[in-house]
Design a protein around this ligand. Structure first.
Ligand SMILES: [Fe+2]
Ligand SMILES: [Fe+2]
Length: 191
């Protein structure tokens, strides 16, 4: 699915279902980080690559909207969004890319693509396995957006770097699978 080589074990959904408040708080921060990272790409590379500006500012707006949707659910449950925890998955992906870093923009776009793909896969697992049907439907709705975001980032990488972006995506996808294989299976989006 979307270049992912390591499927999430079905047991992960049990960890998530057992601690929905933790899952939602982590998810809310993932949406904020997605918005922040899109805007930071615009700030750093928008001048050199103007084709990034429109799609990434639109993406930041959409991810901010996702944050608000998740935040409303947290509030409705009487929960608290808390402060962001360290995301070991994302840190491991970045460090795996640094082994033989190519262009910094290429790697950043492709890491974003893989994070979107993994989020999409995880939302699919939640949509199929959460016992709370309202929440399962919520995740089914978000799944399609994450798949679209994967395509957006992979397309931008190819638009800027040409066909070479595909080979680099295949390399980083193999490393993402190795990272995903060792995730602790906790109640977080990338746990
Ligand atoms: Fe999102
Ligand atoms: Fe996304």
């Amino acid at each position: 699915m979307l270049h992912l080589l390591q499927p999430t074990p079905p047991s992960w959904v049990q960890a998530a279902a057992a601690e929905v408040d933790t899952l939602l708080a982590d998810h809310a921060h993932c949406e904020l980080k997605a918005a922040q990272s899109a805007l930071s790409l615009v700030a750093r590379f928008g001048s050199e690559h103007p084709l990034l500006v429109e799609p990434l500012t639109a993406l930041a707006r959409e991810e901010t909207q996702h944050f608000r949707l998740v935040y409303e659910r947290i509030q409705a449950r009487g929960g608290d969004v808390g402060v962001p925890a360290r995301d070991d998955y994302v840190r491991a992906l970045r460090s795996a890319a640094r082994q033989d870093a190519e262009h910094p923009l290429l790697d950043r776009l492709l890491i974003c693509a893989l994070i979107e793909a993994r989020s999409c896969e995880r939302f699919k697992v939640l949509s199929e396995g959460l016992p709370d049907k309202t929440l399962a439907d919520f995740y089914r709705g978000l799944m399609a957006a994450e798949a679209r975001h994967f395509t957006l980032f992979a397309g931008l990488a190819e638009g800027v770097f040409g066909a070479g972006a595909r080979a680099r995506l295949a390399t980083l996808a193999r490393r993402e699978a190795a990272v995903a294989r060792h995730l602790p299976l906790g109640p977080t989006v990338h746990g």
